[in-house]
Design a protein around this ligand. Structure first.
Ligand SMILES: Nc1nc2c(ncn2[C@@H]2O[C@H](COP(=O)(O)OP(=O)(O)OP(=O)(O)O)[C@@H](O)[C@H]2O)c(=O)[nH]1
Ligand SMILES: [Mg+2]
Length: 363
């Protein structure tokens, strides 16, 4: 099967939102969701929430990890802290990701966008096996772009900016997917400073030099300062290949520009990246099949009597238990009717009840 033609019917693009805790990923997903709904004609996306620990999501997710795994219960049963709990919940969910992918692939033929909201702690998704499996599975099925959400007001200090960009860079190289830097919260802090720093490393170095603590008591640049100076030269290459947009998920500013960036320049890249991934997967499968067949041949040559016995018997009872449905957790699509017994949940998944707590609010 040629991987580049196997998914020709599909037209959806997947957007994976990644970003530091509190950067505004969920609010961004909610904003692009409402933007897509307000299009003429409306183009509702297919949304996946992968954050098991969130108590409230500002959008209606089609597939919600919380419907499958109860994060609090996982923490209790496995004696884990919050991050271990999120990671384990994500791992459990990933064991069922073939079902999720099936639903996504089905919907990808009718929607324009599939959107994934990821857990608050960035490293749980970006540096875990399950995060990589989910990203790979989605990206080899439909064209996928990573939206790296940045908390603009929190990244105005040159050192913070630099570490955020290094993180973005590492994710780019890890996922090898088309990438958009989304400077969020521009209603609080416009993102022009970031664009200036990205376009001209001398401006970044000037900002660095004028920042407190950039020189030691003898007026020499500190180690940190020289390190960041050199880093800015390294990142220059990264910046030239990356698109950046400023948005406010609060007001909706810049959301159109975000979609222009996704659709405009990125579409051919996206399709190329998807085809490449699908081919890599296909090659890996063909390779292991090849090796299996070779092993079998050797076995048969060694043991011709045994080889006769391993032929398939057409009269054999094939109603065995290998239909792939192991009957424990099933993934639920909120838009589809459920039927009794489809959803048997060993972890007693239940959305967290509304806690009647009124926390004091600042101001
Ligand atoms: N002013 C302003 N606040 C925003 C914007 N986007 C998000 N926020 C606020 O930032 C806070 C965090 O937003 P979330 O969407 O929960 O961020 P998140 O990245 O999903 O957070 P976690 O999943 O917990 O890591 C909330 O208080 C939002 O109201 C924005 O564009 N402008
Ligand atoms: Mg969130």
């Amino acid at each position: 099967m040629d991987p580049s033609t196997s998914t020709e019917k599909k037209k959806a693009i997947a957007i994976i939102t990644i970003g530091m805790a509190g950067a505004g990923k969920s609010t961004f997903v909610q904003r692009i969701n409402s933007y897509l709904h307000s299009q003429d004609p409306p183009s509702p996306p297919y949304i996946l929430n992968l954050d098991p620990a969130v108590t409230h999501v500002p959008f209606e997710a089609n597939i919600d990890i919380r419907d499958t795994v109860n994060y609090a219960e996982v923490m209790k049963q496995y004696n884990l802290g919050p991050n271990g709990g999120i990671l384990t919940a994500l791992n459990l969910f990933t064991t069922k990701f073939d079902q999720v992918l099936g639903l996504v692939e089905k919907r990808a033929e009718t929607v324009d966008y599939v959107i994934l909201d990821t857990p608050g702690q960035i490293e749980i998704f970006t540096w875990s096996a399950s995060g990589a499996i989910i990203t790979d599975a989605v990206a080899s099925s439909i064209p996928t772009v990573v939206a790296y959400i940045i908390d603009t007001p929190r990244t105005t200090a040159p050192a913070t900016f630099m570490s955020n960009m290094l993180y973005a860079c590492s994710i780019l190289y890890k996922t090898k997917l088309p990438f958009i830097l989304v400077f969020n919260k521009t209603d609080v802090q416009p993102h022009d400073f970031a664009l200036e720093w990205m376009q001209d490393f001398e401006q970044f170095q000037a900002a660095l030099a004028s920042h407190n603590g950039s020189t030691d008591s003898e007026g020499e640049p500190t180690y940190m300062n020289s390190l960041m100076n050199s880093m800015s030269l390294v990142l220059d290459e990264f910046y030239t290949n990356i698109k950046a947009v400023g948005v406010s998920s609060m007001t909706g500013d810049g959301i159109k520009e975000f979609f222009d960036a996704v659709e405009g320049e990125y579409l051919p890249d996206l399709e190329r990246a998807r085809a490449l991934r699908a081919k890599t997967l296909q090659d890996a499968k063909a390779d292991s099949m090849d090796r299996l067949m070779k092993d079998l041949d050797i076995d048969r040559a060694k043991n011709p009597q045994g080889a006769l016995a391993d032929r398939w018997d057409p009269n054999e009872d094939r109603d065995g238990d290998d239909d792939g449905d192991d009957g424990d957790i099933n993934i639920v699509d909120q838009n589809e009717d459920r039927w009794p017994s489809q959803y048997i949940d060993v972890t007693r998944a239940r959305r967290h009840e509304d806690e009647e707590i009124n926390w004091p609010r600042p101001g």
